[in-house]
Each structure stands twice: as C-alpha cells, then as structure tokens.
Write a new protein. Sequence first.
Length: 406
Amino acid sequence: MENKPSVIMIGLGYIGLPTAALIAQNKTHVHGVDINPKVVQTINEGKVHIVEPELDEAVANAVKQGYLKADTEPVEANTYLIVVPTPFKGKNEPDISFVEAATKAIIPLLKEDDLYIIESTSPIGTTEKMMSLIYSERPELKGKLNIAYCPERVLPGNVMYELVHNDRVIGGIDSPSTDKAVDFYRQFIKGDLHKTNARTAEMCKLVENSSRDVQIAFANELSLICNKADINVWELINLANKHPRVNILQPGCGVGGHCIAVDPYFIVADYPMESQIIGKAREINNYKSFWCAEKIKAAKLEFELVNGRKPSIALMGLAFKPNIDDLRESPAKYIVQKVLQNANNEEYYIVEPNIDSHKVFKLTNYKEAVEKSDIVVFLVAHREFRELELLNNKVVLDFCGINKKL
Ligand code: SAJ
C-alpha cells in the first residue's frame, strides 16, 4: 500500500524541489506538486530540471526510497508548503496570484490542526490575506489551523548546504502557529529558528535583499563619482574598508538575479512615499548598467577617431554574477544586448565560460576573444578572466574589478 504523505510541497522549482528533497531525506513522505507535467515526470524518474550542486543525488535517492513523489495535484496531508513564484504585474507590482491559486487548491483538503506555510517571497500582509481566504471558504476551521510564513535565504549554487545550516525566521499568525512551524522545521534544519509574527517575517525577507541592494547601490554610486573624479574606485573601497566599522561592497555592471533586483520593489510598491532609499537604490543599480553600455559606445567611437578604423570588441561575461551559468535578470546580458543594438560594423566577441552555447549570442572562447580584440570589456568577474594577461595595446573597460590587483 502506498504511504500517505505528511507534507505537500506546492512548487518544485529552485527552492521547492531542494526543500522537498531535504524533507524526504528525513524519511518524511513528501508529495510535491507542480503545474508543469514535464517537471513532474522528470522528478518521478529521479531526475532534476534545475542545475544545483548535490540536488540531483538528493532527488534521485528520495524518489528511489519512495519518500518523494511528484504530481500535478495535491492530496490530503498534515503540512502544506507554498513555494511558488511571486512575479510582477504591470509596472513593478507584485503578483500573488500563484500563491492564491496554490492556496485555493489545498483549501478543500485542510482539516483541524493542519500546518499551512508560505515560503514564497511575498508582499507584507500576504499570509493574513491567505488566512482570510482559507477561513472564508472553510469557516468551520476558523482558529483551528496553524498558519505561518517562513522565507528561505539560500544562495544559488550552495542551496543544499545553506538549506540545512542557515538560520530561519518563522512568523505565525498566532503563537501556536509559530510554535508548530518551528517544530516542523526543527526536524531537518540545523540553523537557529527565530520566532516572530507573519508580517515581520514577510518584511524580513524583503529587507534582507533590499539591504544588499542599497549597499551595492552605494558602491555603484561611488564608482560613478570616482570615474569623474579620476580615482580608482577599487583602491578607494579597499582603503575605506580598513576602517574597523566600514564595509563597502563591490561595484559592478548592475544588480541581477531573481531576488535582489526584484524584492525591493515589493516594499516600494506598497510604501512608495516611505521607501525613498530603497527605491533610489533600484534606480542607481539599473542606471549603472545603462551607464556601462554608454561607456562602451564612447570607447568604440574614440577608438575609431584615434585609429581611423572600427574596433573589435570582447564582451566578457553574460551571467548575473561570477562563476555561475545563470543569466536571469543579468545586467551583463542587458549591456551586451544594448551594445549589439548599436553595432555599426564593429567585430564583437561574446564570452561566457560557464555556458557552451546560447540561442541568441554566438559565444567565443575567452582567450581567443581577448587576443582578437582591440577593446576588452569586463562585465562579470569570472575566475577564468582573472588569470588573463592583458597586453598594453588593448583598451580595457573593467566594470567588475577584474584588474584591480589589490
Ligand atoms: N553584486 C554586486 N556587488 C557586490 C555583491 C553582489 O554588484 O558586492 C551583484 C551580483 O553581481 C549580482 C547581484 O548583486 O548581480 C546579486 O548577487 P548576490 O550574490 O548578492 O545575491 P543572489 O541574488 O545570488 O542571492 C540573494 C542572497 N541574499 C542576500 O545576500 C541578502 C540570498 O541569500 C537569497 O536567498 C537570495 O538573494 C534570494 O533567493 O532571495
């Protein structure tokens, strides 16, 4: 007879699948749900549809041992986890319709004392909204369910380790809910579990990523000032950070990825008057990418003026941060697109050592690209680029500090 699952995981993506595998490793039966039948099929074959170290093995074992099963529909269990995306609608307005749809799908299955947890990054008040939705359809359960919010904070590329070892913030809609959620996570998480209420936990997730965005915006603003003031921004930051209470982050060609470049808008959309710095940081980090593209344009015009011929240009890096293959919301990709839109018979070499091919860009080996180019533009500080010897006859635009030699 098939074992009855005790956990339903709705959403089997970058966070849901690793979390489902982790819970299953703990010999707890997990019924994973995804709207995409291909994802469901892949997982049931013991395979994965996302690139993340150690995830393939964890999923293969969990499926083989019968603790993880994927499906397109939820079934009855004791704990329901909502780990679906919260994208944008219109102009930077968070869209919680996936959270809503996932919640609606499990409402008929709920029974007294069940635990319902949202992990999806959500605007403040979402957990309370979902509570109202649940109780409007199941009034007989009012006050008898445990409802909580518990965001994840894992770094892509190190998810399987961080899922277990990072501290978590857990906020229930009342203290029995918080306690029950803490007991649940305690089974498979070694980090500390910090109790709070649902609204604070929601805000905490948004604030963590906004804080990093604001700090990076400060570094990016310094890079713009230093460029005008003829100061090496990397040397400047290195020296300022010798102060015991100063820790400035690194400027780059903008901020990308699915989290830091997105989550601050969840605060700005609901509190536009109050979130001045948070909103401005987003603008600065976006502007930095535009500025880089303009700098490349200026460099190629200057080259042509001085040399009387069109330059060849190496664009080094497409990923959203160093040493990964993830191009989502990548500022480097945006810059490359912008530069190519302005192309006027120059020769371009596009480089991304972490991927083999791309459906839009023709990729070139990084050594070959540098060798053949008059202008070398460093967009992402990949480790391969650090070992390159650059000859003096090249024009170098270093937007990510590859050449800082500090
Ligand atoms: N970046 C800089 N300068 C820096 C650091 C980063 O320009 O000094 C840029 C990166 O190049 C990249 C962007 O910022 O484009 C974001 O990279 P990241 O490494 O800071 O963060 P993510 O997006 O990979 O993961 C973040 C993490 N959040 C925080 O560090 C506060 C992670 O812990 C979260 O779980 C993740 O967002 C998420 O899913 O929310």
